[in-house]
Structure formats: structure tokens, C-alpha cells
Design a protein around this ligand. Structure first.
Ligand code: GAL
Length: 684
């Protein structure tokens, strides 16, 4: 395997998808001029161009791409060149119908949309790699080429394919994992419902069957599907590194859009790219922009965690409305700036859009762009130009990293296991607990890194384990050792229950964390949507309203019970516990609190987690307004990003420094409603 080549930018990448092939060539120059005017310095080109690059099995045409790249280069616009493998041309799919996706009901998907290829199809793999090699050989020395981009959102539409090629590849994957069929049977608990297999050849992908498929079978299938897509990326990357060593390679992840957990385990994928790149879109119509900002914070903090804290690349976000929700919301004036800045605040060194010029035909013609249908004489374009100017001023912050004191443990495998329809409750989405915790912590002033349970957590003073259903045995011990040294650990319901094979730990819930927490659950008692139960302190104060979940629970003698249920079947049983462990503490929360209750709890735990010498000056402001504050640091310098998503002006705590967007001093600074400031100060 060839060496990795890290992406080392000297300017904040600002740009996005440009699809010149959708336009008469006479219009390209004017488009590139407009992009230059908006300070666009990077264009992702060729994402869906296979049918033009290879119009027939033995025909190739690169002339149009040569021309597009030359135009970009003339204006110093860097190119992220996509490998164009995202969507094969119709001739290919017609010639090789077996390469098309078969869904769980056995239906082979028709030609006429996009990404209709099976991740395990040998003929697709071969044809796509031929294309990648041709592109790499042609553009290896092109002066505009800044980065390669394999495929596009791998698995967005083809995360699963149930064809014979997939079945064969799944069996190979299972053989690798288990070696013997006896081990597979053991891991899957296959004696249940007469499912014991005599050989790997009997195993098939878990397509639609009479009723529920075996949960571990489904979990392994998800793991396999993620690996199969990753293998396509790695295969493309290896060709690129072979032909064009020294040019970084990435692909766009899909972390944190909407409620979708996603089908790829990006913690596993992260090591395969030279910079972690992500696409994020806010979902839903919400009158309060603050809710949208929480969606962005969730995605950005998750992406940064996947990147191990390193700066990352925002490959796509929407200039305004998208085209794929029921009602697509247009950003009101000023929101674009705050949206883009919040990703940059949370560790991105690139702010790219889908798309730069709005299409006039095809399925995405009503998706927003930097240059909309109305042209450059438009509010959208003027806002983009102003944003381009400001983003350029952030160049000095490139490479700085976000200062996060709190870790939240998340894991795709655990989330996939929680999605099985035979769980005690399917009344909420797998990441809902983590999202509720993230929102509370963020409002409590914390900056949170989402980390994988196996990551090194030693730099965090506060670790949250939100509904981490499936985990290794050793995690409880590791967290206990951290608590002994002073860390604060908050574990919520549905954590530690099962091992990596989804086998439940005996002896009481929450299995892996029972000793750490000093509690024992005997039964789950999920609550229906809309039902709440009050948790009250021993003094009778209401602490929170429990939602979605309760447990029949007892606390060990030395564990403090900080709240009990006020009424209902479990009245009097623990609703919040705390065990003192060395110089730290471990809390157990057997429910999901309402937002205000969760905020109060997060604030009280966080206050104790802060070193007493450095109380957070922004905590009250963030908890009581729609202001977002994030710090990026490098050397002794700190950049304080402050964004006001609300409609009330606020005064911020005095800082010594200057706003790098305006040059103004920050000695006494106001943050007007809707405004953004980035203060350069020294880090304490
Ligand atoms: C992404 C995709 C882009 C575009 C965009 C629209 O999922 O990568 O090609 O379709 O969505 O929001």
C-alpha cells in the first residue's frame, strides 16, 4: 500500500460541485468568472460524468474535462477531481444487468436514476477501476489538481444489495470473521428458531423472510455492507496512489443528516482517507433556527470525532434549500453565513457546497446553488460573495483544532443493533439518546467530541455513554479507571447491555457498567411516545421528566440515589444515581430526560468537571440564549467563534483580542442578533 498524503491547505477551501457538463461550453467561462468573483477557490468536478468520459465500451472523451480544468486553473481555482464512478453509464448497466442493485424483496433496480451498482459486483469493480486509471494517468500532472475524490457518498442509494455476488462475498466475509461454521452458529445464537447452519454455503443475506431475521445475522450483514463499500473506495484509492502518489485522496462521508444512522461505520473508514470529508444537510422545517444549528453541531462534532480531532473537510452543504425533503426550506437572509461559519467553528478547514451553479434540468434543478437560476444579480449570489470574503480571512486559523473537554461514546455497530425490530422499544431512533445528550451538553457550554469507545479517552474530564447498547467487556473497567483519577462518567439507559455478537450480559442491566455504576436493573420498562414520568429529588424537587424509558432498578448500598420516580408502576425506584469512584463519579440515568431537565443535569455535572481555576465565562450565555461559542486552538493562540442564531443582541464576556473578520477589538463586544464574530486571543 502506498503512503498516505495528508491534505495541507494554505487557504480555507471554499467552493463545491461544479458540473460544467450540464451547460453549453460557451457558458463555462462566465460561470467560472462568477465563481471567482465569489472567492471560490476550489471546485469538485466530474462526480457524475462517467457517461460522457466513456460514451461506449471502447470510446473515451476527456477533451471537455481538459477544457473545464484549464478554465478553473486560469483563475487559480483548485480542482478536487472525482473519479466519476458514482453512476455507470446506461450502456454499461444494460450490458451488465447483474451489476445493478437487487433490493431485499428481490427486485432489480431499473436504469434511469443514479448509483445503481452492486458494491460486490466484479464487473463493476473492474470497469470502475479502468476509468479511475484512465483519469489518473491523464490528470496526474495537472496543475489544478489538488485532491482526488473517489466515487460519491458511497452507499447513499446502494448500501445493500441482495444479489448472488453479494451473497458470495458475504459468505467469504463471514468465513474470514468466524473461520468455522460452529463459531458462527455460536455467535448468532443459531440454536434459536432452528437456525443452526451446517456450512457457510447455507447462509444468505437477510432478505425479506417470514418474520424477524436473526439480529446478529442482520448486524453482521450491516458490518459486511459497510466493508463492501469501503472496499470499493480502497480499490479506487490504490489505483490513484499507484499512478499519482503524493496527491491526497478522500471521499465524502454522510455523518449526521437527519435521523438516519447511516450504513457505513465511518470510524472504520476514517483511516482510509487522507482527510475526513463530510456532507451535511439540515432536515425539516423549523421556525427556530437554533434547532438547525444543533443539527449542524451534531454532525460537525461527530465528523471531528471520526477524524480523531483533526481538521476536516466539509465537502457538501446547501447554499439554501434542497430538493429532496417534503417541503424544502429556503434559508432566510443571513443564515448562510451562520451555517457555514458553524462548521468552520467546529473544526472544518473547508466549506464546500452542493452546488455552485443551479441546474436547469434533471432531478436537482430546484436544489439551491451559489449562482441560482436568477443569476448573479441575486441575494443568494451576493451573500455567497460576502461569505467568500470572510472565509478567506480565516486562513490564519487553518490547522487549529477544536478544544473539546467532553467525550461522548458513539458507535455505528451499536446503533445498527438497536435498530432491530425486536428490541423492547422501537419508539425512538438509535442516536436519539446521544442527540438529546449532545444538545443538553452543548447548551450547558460543553464542546463535545463524539468518539469511538475504543479510542483513547484519557484527555477528557467528562465522558458520556448515551445508549451505547453494544460494547466490549473492558469498557466498564476503562471508564472506572478514568473515574478513579477524577473523571466524571455519565451512563444512560440502554448502555452496556450486549457484547459484540449482540448477546445479552447476564446478572442484570446495564451489564458492562453495573459495577462502575453500582446499580442493577431487572427489567426494562419502555414508555410509549408522549408519556412522561417525573423524577424528583429526596427533598421533593422535580429534577426532570423521564421519557421513552424506565427500568425496574435497585441501587447498591454505597450508591447515592439522587432522584426517584414520583408515580407510576416504578414509583420510588431510582431515576438518577451517582457512585463515588476514587476522585471521580459515575452517574446512571435510566431514562431520557426532557430538554430542560437534561440541560440542568448536564450543567451540574459539568460544573464539577471544570478545573475550579477556569470556570467557563460563556456557559450562562450559551444556556440561556441562542448563542453558539466554540474555540479552536493552535500554539498559544485561541480563536473564539461566537455565533448568534437568535434574534436578541447579547453582550459577551470581555476578551483580550481582535475580531479577525472585522479587525475590531474585543475588549467589550456585542454580538448582534444574527451576527458572527471570530476573536483571536491567547489560549489559557
Ligand atoms: C448529496 C449528493 C449530491 C447531491 C446532494 C443534494 O447526497 O452527494 O450529489 O445530490 O446530496 O442535496
Amino acid at each position: 500500500m502506498a503512503e498516505m498524503t495528508r491534505w495541507a491547505p494554505d487557504r480555507v477551501a471554499f467552493g463545491g460541485d461544479w458540473n460544467p457538463e450540464q451547460w453549453p461550453v460557451e457558458e463555462w467561462e462566465a460561470q467560472v468568472r462568477a465563481l471567482d468573483q465569489a472567492k471560490v477557490n476550489l471546485a469538485r468536478v466530474g462526480v457524475f460524468s462517467w457517461s460522457l468520459l466513456q460514451p461506449g465500451p471502447d470510446e473515451w472523451d476527456f477533451a471537455w474535462l481538459d477544457h473545464a480544468m484549464a478554465l478553473l486553473h486560469e483563475r487559480r481555482i483548485d480542482v478536487v477531481l472525482a473519479t466519476s464512478t458514482a453512476s455507470p453509464p446506461p450502456w454499461f448497466s444494460r450490458m451488465h444487468p447483474e451489476s445493478r442493485v437487487i433490493d431485499e424483496r428481490g427486485y432489480r433496480h431499473e436504469i434511469g436514476s443514479r448509483q445503481n451498482w452492486c458494491p460486490s459486483s466484479p464487473v463493476f469493480r473492474q470497469a470502475s477501476l479502468t476509468l479511475v486509471r484512465r483519469l489518473a494517468e491523464r490528470y496526474v500532472d495537472h496543475p489544478a489538481l489538488r485532491m482526488w475524490h473517489t466515487n460519491n457518498e458511497l452507499g447513499c442509494h446502494n448500501a445493500e444489495c441482495f444479489c448472488e455476488h453479494s451473497a458470495t462475498a458475504f459468505r467469504v466475509w463471514l468465513r474470514d470473521r468466524y473461520r468455522t461454521i460452529a463459531r458462527l452458529n455460536e455467535a448468532w445464537g443459531a440454536r434459536f428458531w432452528s437456525q443452526s447452519y451446517a456450512s457457510f454455503d447455507e447462509v444468505a443475506p437477510p432478505a425479506v423472510s417470514t418474520t424477524f431475521s436473526n439480529p446478529t445475522h442482520v448486524l453482521d450483514w450491516r458490518r459486511f455492507c459497510s466493508d463492501a463499500l469501503l472496499a470499493q473506495h480502497v480499490a479506487e484509492r490504490e489505483v490513484l496512489r499507484d499512478v499519482a502518489p503524493g496527491i491526497p485522496v478522500t471521499t465524502n462521508f454522510m455523518i449526521g443528516t437527519g435521523n438516519s444512522v447511516g450504513r457505513s461505520d465511518y470510524f472504520r473508514w476514517a483511516a482510509s482517507v487522507d482527510v475526513v470529508a463530510n456532507d451535511h444537510y439540515e432536515v425539516g422545517w423549523d421556525s427556530s433556527e437554533a434547532r438547525l444549528h444543533e443539527q449542524r453541531a451534531w454532525s460537525a462534532d461527530f465528523t471531528r470525532g471520526v477524524a480523531g480531532g483533526a481538521p476536516w473537510f466539509l465537502m457538501e452543504h446547501a447554499p439554501s434549500g434542497v430538493n429532496w425533503q417534503t417541503v424544502n426550506r429556503t434559508r432566510p437572509p443571513g443564515e448562510l453565513r451562520r451555517a457555514t461559519m458553524s462548521y468552520l467553528a467546529r473544526g472544518a478547514d473547508a466549506a464546500c457546497f452542493f452546488q455552485l451553479v443551479q441546474s436547469t434540468s434533471g432531478a436537482e434543478k430546484y436544489h439551491s446553488a451559489i449562482v441560482p437560476h436568477a443569476g448573479t444579480d441575486s441575494r443568494a449570489f451576493r451573500e455567497a460573495c460576502a461569505l467568500g470574503e470572510e472565509v478567506a480571512r480565516l486562513a490564519e486559523a487553518i490547522g487549529s483544532t477544536v478544544h473539546a473537554d467532553t467525550a461522548m461514546l458513539v458507535d455505528w455497530e451499536s446503533a445498527w443493533a438497536l435498530q432491530h425490530p425486536t428490541m423492547p422499544s422501537n419508539g425512538f431512533e438509535p442516536f436519539d439518546i446521544a442527540k438529546a445528550a449532545h444538545r443538553a451538553l452543548t447548551r450547558a457550554g460543553a464542546t463535545v467530541d463524539m468518539r469511538h469507545p475504543r479510542d483513547d479517552l484519557s484527555s477528557y474530564r467528562f465522558v458520556v455513554v448515551p445508549g451505547l447498547y453494544l460494547c466490549d467487556d473492558e469498557l466498564g473497567d476503562r471508564l472506572e479507571a478514568m473515574a478513579r483519577k477524577g473523571a466524571r462518567i455519565l451512563v444512560t439507559c440502554l448502555s452496556g447491555i450486549a457484547d459484540a455478537t449482540d448477546r445479552v450480559r447476564g446478572g442484570g442491566y446495564p451489564g458492562a457498567f453495573r459495577r462502575l455504576l453500582g446499580v442493577r436493573g431487572e427489567a426494562f420498562a419502555p414508555l410509549p411516545a408522549g408519556r412522561t414520568v417525573a423524577a424528583v429529588s429526596p427533598e421533593g424537587a422535580g429534577l426532570y421528566q423521564g421519557r421513552f424509558w424506565q427500568e425496574e432498578l435497585t441501587a447498591d448500598a454505597e450508591t447515592e440515589v439522587l432522584a426517584r420516580w414520583n408515580d407510576g408502576a416504578w414509583a420510588g425506584q431510582p431515576a438518577l444515581t451517582r457512585r463515588s469512584v476514587g476522585s471521580g463519579f459515575a452517574w446512571y440515568l435510566p431514562s431520557i430526560p426532557d430538554p430542560d431537565g437534561f440541560l440542568a443535569l448536564a450543567r451540574s455535572i459539568r460544573r464539577g468537571a471544570e478545573p475550579s481555576s477556569a470556570p467557563d465565562p460563556f456557559a450562562d450565555l450559551v444556556a440561556t440564549t441562542d448563542v453558539e461559542v466554540v474555540r479552536r486552538r493552535t500554539g498559544g493562540v485561541e480563536y473564539v467563534f461566537a455565533l448568534n442564531h437568535g434574534d436578541i443582541d447579547v453582550t459577551l464576556p470581555a476578551l483580550e483580542g481582535r475580531d479577525i473578520l472585522t479587525g475590531q477589538s474585543a475588549a467589550s463586544w456585542k454580538l448582534r442578533a444574527g451576527d458572527v464574530r471570530v476573536i483571536r486571543t491567547s489560549s489559557s
